[in-house]
Design a protein around this ligand. Structure first.
Ligand SMILES: Cc1cc2nc3c(=O)[nH]c(=O)nc-3n(C[C@H](O)[C@H](O)[C@H](O)COP(=O)(O)OP(=O)(O)OC[C@H]3O[C@@H](n4cnc5c(N)ncnc54)[C@H](O)[C@@H]3O)c2cc1C
Length: 439
């Protein structure tokens, strides 16, 4: 199979890249699962937007402070400065954000010194991703293949010529592409307790590692302080930070507050873990008693419903919450146009590391960061397409039989990510570079 541009992943990163690419180019998108099964669909709280010039310094400082000042300053600046344009794009594509009298309204989350987060009830990610997907589906130049898993890059001499993937029936297939964009999301599937989809197992990282593509900070993993405690296995249900932003409080076993609920995520996680140790409990309590019932039903209907299904009425009682793996700040190292260290290979979204988040992500910056840098990657690809190098011979010689034992490959990939993570962790510790550990 041959295409001008191949995008691996159909979350917001992949979709927004596709929408911003030239419409006269053939684009193939592949996704490991069904198209709707991406973390982008799960985002609850919202997406940040610079309110106005008077908000710039404070938004910048909040992002840097949350990231322990390890953020790449120029990337933070690009993200903040592009935010209004991105929101305009989303509104143009039909995304509806909460409004009052026609004006956008903003909520607040931990680490933000003022409200600057747009939202759609508590299903902001679903609203954005569904609308982007609908736009992509209208494009005649874009094809989507579901249940198709990228398992390796096809590359030579530090140039990427496409990927090897496996279809649902186990069949192996090589895709030749002028440019390849990895938009494969995070690493939650490698953890026992995570808010992410289990099929997000850092595949972008694994193939990058295998083929010598540079990575950055892959030991920087964010733990979300508040997910609904459950004894059942599987994905953890997130209790969005905006619930605390709207006034929910945390209680210890004696039903006393023990922490500032709006601390950045890593610090709050550490405080909750300490409290769980003191109380000898596997959770702490979260109470929405200070939020009016109508507000809970209006702003958090999904959380309300889900907790009800688990046996808790949040308008009347506390719920048990526990930290769980949530987000990945590190990734494939990219520049401001999302170019990796390998030619003709880009990375966007959670798979990539452009340095926006530093050592710890500020709430509701990730959808924005994914969109901003996906759009930039598309602009760059549009410029580079004329200079593409092709290499049909490499595909003629490709031996797909080496990929037949995918279970073994998965295990090797998992191991290589673990080892590299450990190596980076040690390097950070030795250099005293990262003073406050994430999660
Ligand atoms: C519960 C939850 C709540 C969140 N809330 C917010 C929020 O309020 N605000 C915010 O800004 N961020 C939030 N986030 C984070 C945000 O949703 C993600 O960072 C963002 O959506 C990532 O987008 P993405 O396109 O990079 O990846 P994803 O949306 O995760 O998409 C990854 C895609 O890659 C595909 N894929 C993976 N591996 C392969 C492979 N080997 N071959 C083919 N396809 C592959 C997957 O199938 C999927 O289509 C939240 C995350 C979670 C989990």
């Amino acid at each position: 199979m041959k295409t001008d541009i191949l995008i691996v992943g159909t979350g917001v990163g992949g979709l927004f890249c596709a929408l911003n690419l030239p419409e006269d180019k053939k684009i193939l998108m592949i996704t490991k699962d069904e198209t709707e099964n991406s973390d982008s669909f799960l985002a609850q709280g919202g997406i940040c937007m610079l309110r106005g010039e008077e908000d710039y310094d404070s938004y910048y400082e909040d992002t840097m402070k949350a990231g322990h000042y390890e953020n790449r300053e120029e990337s933070v600046d690009i993200m903040i400065r592009s935010s209004q344009e991105i929101i305009r794009d989303l509104v143009k594509y039909g995304v509806e954000f909460a409004r009052e009298d026609g004006e956008l309204i903003f909520t607040r989350e931990g680490g933000h010194s003022r409200p600057r987060i747009l939202f759609h009830e508590d299903i902001t990610g679903e609203e954005i991703t569904r609308k982007l997907l609908a736009q992509v589906r209208k494009r005649k130049n874009v094809a989507i293949l579901e249940k198709t898993t990228m398992i390796d890059l096809v590359c030579q001499g530090n140039v990427c010529y496409g990927v090897v993937c496996q279809k649902e029936n186990g069949e192996l297939m090589a895709v030749q592409a002028g440019e390849t964009v990895l938009a494969c999301g995070g690493v939650g599937g490698l953890y026992e307790h995570s808010t992410n989809f289990p099929h997000l197992t850092g595949d972008g990282l694994a193939v990058a590692l295998k083929n010598g593509v540079e990575l950055e900070n892959i030991d920087y993993v964010q733990i979300h302080p508040t997910t609904l405690y459950s004894r059942k296995p599987g994905r953890r249900f997130l209790i969005s930070e905006s619930v605390r932003g709207e006034g929910a409080v945390l209680y210890n076993a004696s039903h006393k507050r023990f922490v500032d609920e709006l601390l950045p995520r890593d610090l709050l996680t550490a405080a909750i873990r300490r409290q769980m140790e003191v109380d000898h409990t596997p959770y702490v309590w979260l109470s929405m008693e200070h939020i009016p019932r109508e507000e809970i039903l209006r702003h958090f209907p999904n959380i309300y419903q889900r907790c009800l299904e688990e046996g808790y009425d949040v308008t009347k009682e506390c719920i048990p919450v526990v930290p769980a793996q949530h987000y990945f700040m590190g990734g494939i190292k990219v520049d401001q146009d999302s170019r990796t260290s390998m030619e003709q290979l880009y990375a966007v979204g959670e798979t990539s590391c452009n340095g926006v988040h530093g050592a710890n992500r500020l709430a509701s910056n990730s959808l924005l960061e994914s969109l901003v840098f996906a759009k930039r990657s598309a602009a760059r690809i549009g410029k580079e397409l004329s200079g593409i190098k092709e290499n049909a011979q490499i595909f003629d010689k490709l031996d797909l039989s080496v990929y037949e034992d995918y279970e073994k490959i998965k295990e090797e990939y998992r191991k290589s990510i673990e080892e590299e993570t450990e190596r980076m962790r040690k390097r950070h510790e030795q250099s005293n570079y990262h003073e406050v550990k994430c999660g």
